[in-house]
Ligand binder design. Structure first.
Ligand code: RIB
Length: 302
């Protein structure tokens, strides 16, 4: 099994379910509410652990009760959370609305995630250097993500960057990225365009920004792979009845990293990851929806 290091956010998700999303200025009555462990970083860590990897996480939680719950959640999954630091103040929280068709909208308040510093990353440099792959997202300070990318590039450690929430990125960071994994709206931000391009053209334009490879997530259609390790290929996702797509992209990244770190070729790894992500969309919540390795393999065999 590969050993993965996840650097990123831990949030407590406040999830309301509604029949349909409210329009700006409109109030709608919800049909349910729950408090669920989330955060793009922690979601990826939990998914990778359930899919069989040995996982360490770097991040920050607050000194509130959410922080303790988020830490316990990682520990219960067998994740090494010794580098998740408790910081004075609030943990990260996310207000999530999930509509009846499984779509969602999310507002994140970073809280302690904003305190993830270069020093915390540098303290973990030896684990980062020896990882089979490092996963990172953009819910922690960009300076820290850039420092992490430098450490990975110097050591030759593969880095998977999930550019979410979307922002434009420096050429240095992109050139240090082994796998860039945007969805379509993140692709528009990275390319500075208003309309979607055909996936092959979008992938080529992303590659021109500097990453070694791209895995362009196109929702229920699957993922388009292109770059140094793989010729342009669309890997389809299985058709499922989506209940909640929250964190399906996180599940994809974790599963893709797990399979790549086990030596699978990119197309095979993406098939495994599409199956895992589709399964996660059939269950409610971020971390509770992450599938076990055996569930994914059983459905793939069937
Ligand atoms: O990707 C889904 C995640 O985004 C949620 O768990 C929420 O916490 C936000 O970080």
């Amino acid at each position: 099994m590969g050993n993965l290091v996840v650097v990123g956010s831990l949030n407590m998700d406040m999830v309301s379910t509604v029949d349909r999303m409210p329009a700006p200025g409109e109030t709608v009555t919800g049909s349910g509410f729950s408090t669920v462990p989330g955060g793009k970083g922690a979601n990826q860590a939990v998914a990778a652990a359930r899919l069989g990897a040995s996982v360490s996480m770097l991040g920050c939680v607050g000194s509130d009760s959410f922080g303790a719950t988020l830490q316990q959640g990682l520990h219960a999954e067998g994740i090494d959370n010794s580098a998740v630091q408790e910081c004075p103040g609030s943990s990260g929280v996310a207000a999530i609305t999930v509509a009846a068709d499984g779509s969602n909208s999310i507002v994140v308040y970073p809280g302690a995630n904003a305190l993830l510093s270069n020093e915390i990353v540098e303290r973990a440099a030896s684990a980062i250097r020896s990882a089979a792959m490092v996963l990172v997202q953009l819910e922690t300070p960009i300076a820290t993500v850039e420092r992490l990318a430098e450490i990975c590039a110097d050591a030759g450690t593969p880095l998977m960057l999930d550019p979410a929430p979307a922002q434009t990125l420096s050429a240095g960071l992109l050139r240090s990225t082994t796998w860039l994994t945007p969805n379509e709206s993140e692709t528009r931000t990275l390319l500075g365009i208003a309309e979607d391009l055909p996936v092959d053209e979008a992938a080529q334009r992303l590659l021109a920004l500097g990453p070694w490879n791209v895995a362009l997530k196109v929702g229920a259609r699957g993922v388009y792979l292109a770059g140094a390790a793989v010729a342009g290929t669309l890997v389809s996702a299985p058709v499922v009845q989506a209940v909640d797509t929250t964190a399906a992209g996180d599940c994809f990244n974790a599963a893709f990293a797990v399979a790549l770190s086990e030596g699978k070729a990119p197309v095979e790894a993406a098939r495994f990851a599409c199956m895992a992500a589709s399964l996660s969309a059939t269950k409610a919540g971020a971390q509770p929806s992450m599938p076990l390795r055996e569930e994914v393999l059983r459905i793939m065999r069937a």
